[in-house]
Design a protein around this ligand. Sequence first.
Ligand code: NDP
Length: 284
Amino acid sequence: MAQLISGKEVSAQVKERVRAQAEELKAKGIEIGLAVVIVGDNPASRVYVNSKKKACEAVGFNSYEYALPEETTEQELLDLVQVLNNDPKVNGILVQLPLPKQINEEAIINAISAEKDVDAFHPMNVGKIMIGSYAFLPCTPAGAMELIDSTGVDVSGKNCVVIGRSNIVGKPMAMLLLHRSGTVTICHSRTQNLKEICRNADILVAAVGRANFVTADMVKPGAVVIDVGINRMEDGKLCGDVDFAAVEPIAGYITPVPGGVGPMTIAMLMQNTLTAAKQQNGLG
Ligand code: NDP
């Protein structure tokens, strides 16, 4: 039976670490601020924005919310980003995606100052991740990496398989594992022999977006299985990309959904905002 990796516990540890450091900075007169921009009234985005605000409160950051109407133009959003780039109270800027269709997401991401890009989506930060000299990591893969580290399993030399090649999860996840000297395979919808490849993985990360996609016959006994997927079932319940009930008896370590990678993403956002504030104050 696998050992359960608790994202709730590990994220609480990360947030506590961040809170303690934020308190130290406050004692030096440095307050930390995160601006969260939401455009339109997507209910899922609203839930995420509220959790980010709550996390800011918990770690002692100031959060500044900008809720713009659905019909906001690209220029209006670019203007706001410019104001936030120049506001010294704001150390991190997060524009909640997806944006309404009249706004080009890439143009907005590119306009955010790389020093305040706490999502690590700006091409400058993406490039730094490639080189391996980075300040910010995208929050979800960074959180997944913390969970892997919490098992005590050393990535170096291990066969690591990432299913999914998105810019926000799959690709940076693979890069992080590579920086830790894992032997990394990235799988996607055109991959042949997916089962065989996965069965060879000591560390298997699923970021597919399909419920119960990873079945027991795809998992090597004792493997570390990290389930990034968040899929909403017809009954409203959340479910991961891994068939938990079938895989759990085989894996060595496994993350649940919910309560695995999900809580880590917000904790890592807090971590990135702290890093941004330190760097902007010459302490990074
Ligand atoms: P994307 O849809 O951008 O990427 C999915 C990837 O899965 C693609 O690379 C796709 O391949 C691959 N894929 C799809 N079908 C198959 C298949 N049959 N076999 C192999 N690979 C396949 O999703 P994201 O990366 O944005 O998100 C992935 C999951 O993670 C989602 O469930 C999402 O909700 C969740 N998520 C969770 C977060 C968290 O905080 N826990 C944060 C972000 C995402 P191809 O490129 O060839 O199309």
